[in-house]
Design a protein. Structure first.
Lengths: 162, 351
């Protein structure tokens, strides 16, 4: 009996040139300069960061540009203890949702310069940027967030952003 | 069967390469315009269905991000087909037959410019025997065109005549990408892209989007002075094995046309989705559309071909002519797959 064909390999590779879009382009240009540019919904006034060009709740385009602070509040977080392929950080480390002052959606980042067990909801943090000459069109321009030294934010101030 | 009609629609003008806006940013004003034109509150729309392709976009779950532009709050009932928006319209038509909702939003969108379209379309071929050979979409269409020439019934001038008429008609279509006055002899002087196909035989590469609102019975009459009623809709598919098909004919288009009831009364106009000139000739013959039928007054896919929206555009172009009172009855067609593999036929009527 001849051997059964159990698998074949057919390599596929296609290259795309993706357009981020008008709103994300403004955001990416801003972050290269160390600025965080969100957009405000004309109907519900929520500020999206990063902006997608539309308010997903109101279904209207967002046009008004809003510069958002690089300081914010940890709304929720997790401690990563599991090693995985491609891991950059040394474990254990903290991955947190941070709602930046002036924004209505939390963004994700790593929290450092604080013991893992001391990270908490309401912790006030500050972005640590890579050197200006190393910045590109990428969120990696923010290396991590560190405690800003301010008093913890009261729960009421961020409960809507959980 | 419930009476279902197209009551509103909108399109983005097709362009060769949209370099500023992403898919969602192209789509959002189109959906908003379709909703605005019929005056329905978007929160009252009972069902939403879209047609698009992640392979075209080069992004996973690109149809989910499209919902950002539609407004999915409060949560909506939504579905998606990895097909042209015409098939999304088919699903919405079937969904509306259930009787518990009375309106639906359908849309199709795509940027054909972001990847190498000819190769992207190769990914839909049989993955074992055909796709690894990377026959591209134009080469496969050229095999079909060659078979048609060899049948002796048409010549390259017949192909060019389709292009001349399409581009001339597209002059009055603000959403068209290619238009103008050309002569058959002039077009036949150009070089082949894939013999026997020349550039004018092939649809342009287009970025675009199209949206439509469907409504049933009385709601349709409230939302629209002259709804375009869907009197028949059917879609059929030929085998993926190109060698098993008679490429000079389209059995699936013929069957879809028969099942849609197109022949029950006079067809005044047909919007055919033929991305290649020779495919229009095959479709006309398969569906029995004679010289008395006005073909593709919009310029058809040869004037603008945003993949995943092009078929839905055919349906809304026909609906526009019914809403305006220009015609009472016509047929719209959509296609997907290599060499007209899958075909959808939709018969629209005014009241």
């Amino acid at each position: 009996m001849s051997e059964a064909v159990k698998k074949i390999v057919t390599p596929i590779s296609i290259e795309y040139t993706i357009t981020p879009g008008a709103a994300p382009t403004k955001f990416l240009r801003g972050i290269k300069e160390g600025r965080l540019l969100g957009q405000r919904c004309p109907k519900c006034s929520k500020v999206y960061l990063p902006p997608r060009g539309s308010c997903t709740v109101c279904a209207v385009p967002t046009v008004e540009e809003v510069e958002v602070s690089d300081q914010g509040t940890v709304t929720t977080f997790c401690v990563v203890n599991i090693p995985f392929y491609g891991q950059v950080q040394e474990i254990p480390y903290v991955c947190a949702a941070v709602v930046l002052d002036g924004a209505d959606l939390p963004c994700f980042g790593v929290v450092q310069e604080i013991a893992v067990e001391e990270v908490r909801m309401g912790l006030r943090v500050q972005a640590v940027w890579v050197a200006p000459e190393e910045r590109g069109y990428t969120l990696e321009n923010i290396k991590y967030f560190k405690p800003s030294g301010q008093a913890d934010a009261p729960f009421e101030s961020y409960r809507e952003h959980l | 069967m419930r009476d279902i009609a197209l009551v509103s629609f909108a399109q983005a003008p097709s362009v060769r390469r949209e370099q500023i806006h992403n898919e969602v940013e192209i789509l959002m004003p189109v959906v908003a315009e379709a909703v605005r034109r019929c005056g329905i509150d978007r929160r009252d729309i009972g069902f939403t269905c879209s047609g698009s392709s992640d392979y075209l976009a080069g992004l996973p779950f690109s149809f989910v991000t499209a919902l950002d532009g539609v407004g999915a709050w409060p949560p909506i009932e939504e579905s998606h087909v990895e097909m042209d928006g015409a098939w999304a319209l088919y699903e919405a038509f079937v969904r509306l037959q259930h009787g518990d909702v009375d309106s639906a939003l359908v849309f199709g969108f795509g940027k054909s410019s972001v990847g190498p379209l000819r190769e992207v379309l190769s990914l839909q071929l049989d993955p074992y025997y055909v796709a690894p050979l990377w026959p591209d979409s134009i080469s496969l269409a050229a095999l079909q065109a060659r078979a048609l020439l060899d049948s002796g019934e048409y010549g390259e001038a017949d192909f060019a005549a389709v292009a001349v008429r399409s581009r001339r008609d597209a002059k009055s279509n603000p959403n068209a990408q290619l238009s103008g006055d050309f002569a058959v002899a002039e077009l036949l002087e150009s070089d082949y892209i894939a013999s026997p196909l020349r550039r004018h035989d092939c649809a342009p590469i287009s970025d675009g989007a199209c949206a439509a609102i469907l409504a049933s019975g009385d709601l349709a009459r409230q939302l629209c002075e002259r709804p375009a009623w869907i009197r028949g809709i059917d879609h059929r598919i030929d085998t993926i094995n190109i060698g098993d098909r008679n490429l000079c004919d389209s059995a699936s288009a013929k069957l879809a046309s028969e099942k849609s009831g197109a022949a029950a009364d006079k067809i005044e106009m047909a919007e055919l989705c033929a991305p290649f000139t020779h495919q229009e000739l095959i479709l006309r013959r398969a569906m029995g559309l004679g010289d008395e039928v006005r073909i593709n007054p919009s310029g058809g896919a040869l004037a603008a071909n945003p993949v995943m929206a092009s078929g839905l555009i055919r349906i809304v172009e026909l609906a526009a002519r019914i809403q305006s009172g220009e015609i009472d009855r016509g047929l719209a067609h959509a296609t997907q797959g290599p060499c007209l593999q899958q075909n959808l036929v939709c018969v629209l009527e005014g009241e």
